[in-house]
Design a protein around this ligand. Structure first.
Ligand code: 0O2
Length: 213
């Protein structure tokens, strides 16, 4: 089991590395074409064996490798922070439309925020990792959000854990209000950006390629 776990973690780290390379290519290419960077920050993590087993036990699953592979889809996680809402959708599209990326599930918490105010795009994708024994499909959870959404989510996460999930109602209400303000800030920033930069987007990048071809 120990060896299997090491292999599992290693495969997920390789998958994270692959997605990080894809993100880095998109970022550099876009910057080169437009002198504008739609991606502010990228972070990644691979869950520890303890944290995987915690999740398995919380969900009442048996702690077997097959149950883990089937049910725990966020062992590998990438978080991409963008400046503007439109960029979050463009980056999501640019990543998930690649031919080696298979989308397993998509959640749009920007169009449809969670009741507590949480907003973000989530995609569970599967990519092939090429080992010496051949390709292995590995799932990765990609979260894409704006700086304002990320700021909100990181504070909410801290408050949630401080109160062990039982957030006092006045704080929950304040968080919800803060989420509304963050949403309105995102919209205003987007309007300003569009006014100054026009339609600079990853779509333009595609247009430039089309012209070159
Ligand atoms: P951590 O510590 O960030 O990894 P899942 O349990 O992930 O299989 P679920 O809950 O349907 O299934 O998935 P969802 O809604 O896509 O959420 C997955 C992750 O999104 C969470 O992972 C968080 O990282 C983030 N997230 C979702 N909802 C919230 C929220 O209300 N507030 C904050 N701050 N983050 C949220 P984990 O495993 O819960 O936590």
């Amino acid at each position: 089991m120990r060896d299997d776990f090491t292999r599992l973690i290693m495969e997920h780290q390789f998958a994270v590395d692959e997605i990080l390379t894809k993100v880095s290519i998109l970022r550099t290419e876009f910057l080169h074409l437009h002198r504008y960077n739609p991606i502010e920050h990228v972070s990644s993590r691979v869950k520890s064996p303890e944290s995987i087993l915690d999740k398995v036990s919380r969900r009442g699953l048996e702690p077997s490798l097959s149950a883990i592979k089937e049910n725990i889809t966020d062992i590998a996680g990438i978080r991409i922070t963008c400046s503007f809402i439109s960029d979050t959708y463009r980056v999501l599209e640019a990543l998930t439309s690649q031919s080696d990326v298979r989308v397993i599930a998509m959640k749009d918490y920007i169009a449809d925020p969670k009741p507590n105010g949480y907003r973000s795009l989530h995609a569970i994708v599967e990519i092939p990792v090429f080992l010496s024994t051949g390709p292995v499909p590995v799932t990765v959870e990609i979260q894409i959000r704006t700086i304002a959404m990320d700021f909100w989510a990181s504070l909410e996460h801290k408050i949630f854990y401080k109160y062990d999930g039982d957030v006092p109602s006045h704080l929950a209400t304040d968080l919800k209000n803060a989420a509304t303000i963050a949403g309105s800030l995102d919209r205003q920033m987007e309007e300003l950006h569009t006014e100054v930069h026009g339609a600079t987007s990853l779509d333009d990048a595609k247009g430039v390629h089309d012209n070159i071809d």
